[in-house]
Design a protein around this ligand. Structure first.
Ligand code: MSP
Length: 519
């Protein structure tokens, strides 16, 4: 059976509306999935929502609903995520909700399995809980009753609970991470996890809450007085959504996941709890867990509780989806933090999209109209000795490998920068070859070469940007008037120079990115 490329996002909490942090993970994953599809691979891109736990129960009550009405709350909010994904052109293959019956059944099945295996036991829990982070902290970890992550006061807990034997697998996990360099990426995050595991003893994970404290969760199959801790429930989505255990044929074609894309805030859960859960179940590890950085706003991570949220719908209304997608993907390398400010969106729009990309398309099509009645010219028999023609072909020739190398490392900004190298070389080519002079001097062959080379560069650029800014790419394709459906054009088509068909009549429209600030 052929292995399908399986990529996931975290499941977003539905306690509040989506913000640009969520959109960031989603856009990056979408770009990766689209890129892998363009390589001709079968891809399964799964995303969804995390709908149980204290945080959601609290938000539901705060919204005015009664305790017990959480399902109608999550039914409402999860749609806002789906709506945003439509607006952002996110093309996922499956949307999982942790309230889906198949997922809930999988969680119960897994708990029974681990319980039978002796990896679950009951004892008194005395420690802390942080509701905004949905995290347990021991008295040792949070000495002053303050959450080590979000720095808010913790809730003190003294109750009987079930525990999962994390500590039993600590030695194995250290060895596994050491042997598998690609398991946690980037390497700074891998070192962070290894440091944590080597210098601290793992504490067994509390995986339940008594129903008397928390009603909104999956019931523990072997003790009806408890519900499952939200993280233990949610992590299981990566296998339940892939068919485990109800559709093992599907599961075999998907698992192991190729990459779990997450933010660095949830590294511990994905790089410690999750592999140990899988190991205990006898399931192979995902190939890679990739943790990207945070968008910070005035020095702090954007989050609802800090009240520094930037609403993606506002940015979409103001700048459009591709400006938003392009900004997030190009502004910072995937893996490091970035400071968000709206001025940077405007300057990226005006420089990269309006000035470089938009201008290249517009100038080229204007010249095709003026010099060749809008038709893509024939390649002349004479040699191409236009000034700068060699540079354009060389830049185009290097493009596929540069994109591949960057995308192997999920370096979206690097992949885009390599497309912009070709865009800039092509713009410079216009200046160097001076088509207006060639026209005046009636050097028709050379003029044909220039326009043909520019159209050919644009063909490659359009295909290359399609995973990142798909609707711009569609609009460019339409103006270039190529006949094939862009979605079915493989990445392979940029590895060959000269595929643009002469004689096609281009279809120039108004500029794609009119400048926001005039020069
Ligand atoms: N529900 C858990 C994940 C469970 S996965 C089994 C959760 N949800 S969340 O709604 O808080 O979303 C977390 C993810 O959103 C982060 O891991 C990250 O991918 C993204 N981001 C949330 N805030 C972010 C920023 N300020 N910047 C960048 N991404 C961030 O944790």
């Amino acid at each position: 059976m052929k292995k399908i490329f399986y990529v996931t996002t975290p499941l977003y909490y539905v306690n509040a509306d989506p913000h640009i942090g969520h959109a960031y993970t989603q856009i990056a994953t979408d770009a990766l999935a689209r890129y892998r599809k363009s390589l001709g691979e079968e891809v399964f891109f799964m995303t969804g929502t995390d709908e149980h736990g204290e945080k959601i129960e609290k938000a539901s009550i705060e919204s005015g609903l009664k305790k017990g009405d959480e399902k109608s709350f999550v039914d409402d909010i999860h749609k806002r995520f789906k709506d945003l994904w439509v607006r952002l052109d996110i093309r996922y293959d499956f949307f999982i909700r942790t309230t889906d019956k198949e997922h809930e059944d999988a969680v119960k099945h897994i708990l029974d399995e681990l319980n039978k295996k002796g990896d679950i036991y009951k004892k008194k829990y005395t420690g802390y809980f942080c509701t905004p982070c949905e995290m347990f902290w021991s008295k040792f970890q949070a000495k002053d009753g303050i959450c080590p992550d979000c720095k808010r006061p913790l809730e003190s807990i003294d109750e009987n609970n079930y525990f999962f034997k994390l500590s039993k697998y600590q030695k194995w996990l250290i060895e596994y991470i050491e042997k598998n360099a690609d398991f946690i990426k980037p390497s700074s995050r891998r070192n962070e996890v290894l440091g944590l595991l080597k210098h601290n003893e793992l504490i067994d994970l509390c995986i339940t809450r008594p129903k008397s404290r928390l009603g909104w969760g999956i019931e523990v199959p072997f003790d009806k007085d408890y519900v499952v801790y939200v993280w233990f429930d949610a992590l299981i989505n990566y296998i339940s959504g892939a068919g485990y255990p109800h559709n093992m044929k599907k599961f075999k074609s998907l698992w192991p996941a190729d990459v779990h894309i997450i933010g660095k805030d949830i590294l511990r859960h994905h790089a410690i709890y999750w592999p140990i859960m899988l190991k205990a179940l006898g399931i192979n590890m995902p190939k890679t867990v990739f943790a990207h950085g945070w968008w910070v706003f005035k020095g702090e991570k954007m989050s609802k509780s800090k009240g520094n949220i930037v609403d993606p719908n506002y940015l979409l209304d103001t700048y459009g989806k591709d400006v938003f997608r392009y900004f997030l993907l190009s502004e910072i390398p995937f893996g490091v933090d970035g400071a968000f400010d709206e001025e940077s969106i405007i300057s990226r729009h005006d420089s990269d999209l309006a000035n470089d990309l938009g201008n290249l398309l517009n100038r080229t099509l204007t010249m095709a109209e003026k010099y060749f009645k809008g038709e893509i010219p024939e390649k002349p028999d004479s040699d191409d000795n236009t000034e700068g023609g060699g540079n354009v072909k060389a830049a185009a020739g290097m493009l596929p490998e540069k994109i591949k190398t960057n995308m192997r490392e999920l370096n979206f900004s690097g992949a885009l920068a390599s497309v912009w190298e070709l865009i800039n070389t092509a713009n410079k080519y216009i200046e160097d070859s001076k088509p207006w002079t060639l026209f005046k001097e009636k050097k028709e062959d050379q003029l044909k070469w220039v326009i043909y080379n520019l159209i050919e560069s644009l063909r490659m650029i359009t295909i290359a940007i399609s995973p990142f800014i798909p609707s711009t790419s569609q609009a460019m394709w339409k103006q270039l008037a190529f006949k094939e459906d862009l979605d079915s054009v493989p990445f392979q088509a940029i590895t060959q120079w000269g595929l643009s068909k002469p004689g096609i009549k281009v279809n120039k429209e108004k500029p794609l990115f009119p400048r926001i600030r005039q020069k």
